[in-house]
Design a protein. Structure first.
Length: 185
């Protein structure tokens, strides 16, 4: 699945994050992320993304522990070519829903390396549906930014990265109890 767009927003009524993906083939995939699921997935996902980002910044160096946090922050704040955080999520009537219109409610997740430096996040639910999200380093970094934004809106008291101030390319949109950020690549 070629990812064209990602949206992650907090739904205050459901007290869950709604992750929506739109493929380049106009397929829509959706998954509810509970606080429990985010608490399980976020630490290893953050670690994997930050390790890759630091390796991209310093490919032939081993940073000292004192510099690692600064390098991680710099890596997360770097520009992500081809991404636009201000585009509305495009889901229209012609979009297909391969997993059905009801969002996946995963109770298990796997994080594993994929071909070509991709990071695969696999969300699974007990009734057999699953979503395998192949993330390039740029998409993984963007998803981590979206997670941090959504977690700030959710106020779940989960550890997040230092709050990143939105740049001109990343406006913060806040509405009555819901925050939505999109990624278009």
């Amino acid at each position: 699945m070629g990812i064209h767009q990602i949206q992650l927003r907090f739904d205050a009524t459901a007290d869950r994050l709604l992750l929506q993906l739109r493929s380049s083939e106009a397929e829509i995939y959706a998954a509810w992320l509970t606080r429990r699921m985010v608490a399980l997935v976020l630490p290893p996902f953050r670690q994997a993304v930050l390790q890759r980002e630091v390796r991209m910044i310093t490919p032939h160096a081993l940073p000292v522990p004192e510099a690692r946090q600064m390098l991680e922050q710099a890596a997360l704040q770097r520009a992500l070519p081809g991404t636009q955080f201000n585009q509305p999520f495009a889901a229209d009537e012609s979009s297909r829903h391969p997993l059905g219109t009801e969002p996946l409610l995963p109770d298990a997740a796997d994080l594993k390396p994929g071909p070509g430096g991709e990071l695969h996040l696999v969300l699974r639910e007990t009734r057999g549906r699953h979503l395998d999200i192949g993330l390039t380093p740029e998409l993984a970094a963007a998803l981590l930014r979206l997670l941090d934004s959504a977690l700030a809106a959710a106020d779940w008291q989960l550890p997040t990265g230092d709050a990143l101030a939105p740049t001109a390319a990343e406006p913060a949109a806040q509405s009555a109890g819901a925050r939505s950020e999109q990624l278009l690549s």
